[in-house]
Design a protein around this ligand. Structure first.
Ligand code: CTP
Ligand code: MG
Length: 180
């Protein structure tokens, strides 16, 4: 696998984790879990995360990334990833769950920043919306993946444009209600 393809393949569980909450919400899956993680909590007079960050999002992101990591292990474990992450099927699954958690933490941190800036839930904040989850995925996997500066910059750039494109597509096809 060559450079760019390999980087995207390593980030695949994170891309899937990021997309799962939108799909779950659209398909009205696990509605019982669709309650805000912050339970309406305020911080400095503003919502901590806001109503759009739900337990369902966390669960489906972790499940989706766990599933993809197991598939990757079975089909073609990313060789670039070292230190145990894809050593066996159980480790791959646990690594995937961890990636899902990182993605949702990154996404939630983005929401904290947006709320503190006075940006409403669901309103756009470019480029934070597009790359927050990938930043935390990269930092959180530093102990598993030999990230180079070049790979990080490339991945962030691709993630930014890919998210804009996918969101535009999701909007046109009616999966999302907003263009961002
Ligand atoms: N979502 C969720 N739980 C999460 C993250 C996302 O249920 N932890 C769902 C919500 O339906 C959300 C949608 O996925 O509206 C899109 O996610 P995102 O764009 O990250 O959130 P926003 O709605 O833009 O909210 P925010 O302004 O807080 O980023
Ligand atoms: Mg958004």
């Amino acid at each position: 696998m060559s450079g760019v393809v390999l980087i995207l393949y390593i980030a695949l569980p994170a891309f899937v984790a990021n997309g799962m909450p939108v799909i779950a919400s659209r398909l009205r899956m696990l509605s019982v879990l669709a309650t805000p993680i912050d339970h309406g909590a305020l911080w400095r007079g503003k919502p901590l995360l806001g109503k759009n960050k739900t337990w369902r999002g966390l669960i489906v992101a972790m499940g989706g990334a766990g599933f993809v990591a197991v598939l990757q292990f079975l089909v073609l474990p990313p060789v670039y990833v070292t230190s145990y992450a894809y050593e066996n099927i159980v480790f791959a699954f646990l690594f995937g769950l961890f990636v899902g958690l990182l993605v949702i933490v990154g996404d939630a941190l983005g929401s904290v920043i947006k709320r503190q800036l006075g940006i409403e839930s669901g309103a756009p904040c470019i480029p934070l919306d597009q790359i927050d989850y990938m930043l935390v995925f990269i930092v959180g996997t530093l102990m598993f993946i030999h990230w180079t500066l070049e790979a990080v910059l490339l991945l962030l750039c691709i993630t930014f444009f890919l998210n804009l494109a996918v969101n535009a597509l999701a909007y046109v096809t009616g999966i999302k209600n907003t263009v961002w």
